[in-house]
Design a protein around this ligand. Structure first.
Ligand SMILES: Nc1ncnc2c1ncn2[C@@H]1O[C@H](COP(=O)(O)OP(=O)(O)OP(=O)(O)O)[C@@H](O)[C@H]1O
Length: 262
């Protein structure tokens, strides 16, 4: 069993960045129809924005485009503004994909420090920071395990720590808590809320309750091609306790999503 780690976490001193998209248009090369058109969105600095929308409406495409993963595959037009303007997106984004994408041949510790490796070695500072975060998410004893020995919820926590270790001001997360049971999901949401405080977070979810619990801002994407509509969220602090106002918001979200069928 590993000893408790009482070391300083990796210093997180990047500025909070805001992202604005104006008249965004995205079409896959070889596809006749656009996936996104007339996208106007703001992801405020240091806040959580949740995106909901029916399957196939283009949520992942939007995130992958922002993460710089679609540059060769799509035509894009529209304005993408970062504030403050001296920062670019490419070097300031961590992307947590739908699948955890852990390397099966690497230990948990090696997986979470992969992005911080200099040559073939991890610096002691990064190792300390990784162990401190693994302890925080209750996985210190699993630091030397291979991912195959972990449950789905444990793997998601490892992926969360790996994302944190990238130490970027903007975090894009695509359904990060979808593969786990309701209780684990609830705990992971709380954990992410605490650990990603002060980051600019954009989270895709199919779960209206998750969005209501975590979001400072909610967008619903719908239409063909898709555009985005912003919904007002309660002023209460996140992670939000479900109350009558939240229940009403949930109803509005369901109504929007059902309309996407038309
Ligand atoms: N590489 C690609 N080439 C061409 N079309 C693609 C490609 N990837 C996705 N698409 C299409 O773009 C549209 C949006 O897909 P995307 O995965 O972004 O939707 P989504 O809203 O994230 O769906 P889900 O909620 O099911 O994950 C779909 O019609 C999909 O078929």
């Amino acid at each position: 069993m590993r000893m408790s780690v009482s070391t300083r976490p990796l210093s997180v001193k990047s500025p909070a960045l805001q992202i604005d998209i104006s008249a965004g248009y995205l079409r896959y090369t070889g596809s006749k129809a656009a996936t996104l058109q007339g996208i106007n969105m703001r992801f405020p600095a240091g806040q959580w924005t949740c995106i909901l929308g029916r399957s196939g409406c283009g949520k992942t495409s939007l995130l992958r485009y922002l993460a710089g993963l679609l540059d060769q595959q799509v035509s894009w037009s529209g304005e993408l503004t970062i504030t403050p303007p001296q920062f670019d997106l490419k070097n300031n984004i961590a992307y947590m994909a739908q699948q955890d994408l852990l390397m099966p041949w690497l230990s948990v510790l090696d997986n979470v420090t992969l992005s911080a490796k200099f040559g073939n070695t991890i610096t002691p500072v990064h190792k300390e920071a990784a162990l401190a975060l693994l302890e925080k998410v209750g996985l210190l004893d699993s630091a030397d395990c291979l991912p195959q020995k972990l449950s789905g919820g444990m793997r998601q926590r490892v992926a969360l720590v790996r994302t944190l270790m990238q130490n970027k001001p903007v975090i894009l997360m695509d359904e990060p808590f979808s593969a786990v049971d309701a209780v684990t999901r609830y705990r992971l949401q709380d954990m992410a809320c605490e650990l990603l405080k002060d980051k600019t977070v954009v989270l895709i979810t199919h779960d209206p309750q998750e969005a209501i619990r975590l979001a400072d801002k909610i967008y619903i994407m719908q239409g063909k091609p898709s555009s985005a509509e912003s919904l007002k969220v309660p002023a209460s602090l996140t992670p939000r306790q479900f109350d009558a106002e939240c229940a009403q918001l949930q109803q509005s979200i369901m109504a929007y999503l059902e309309r996407s069928d038309a």
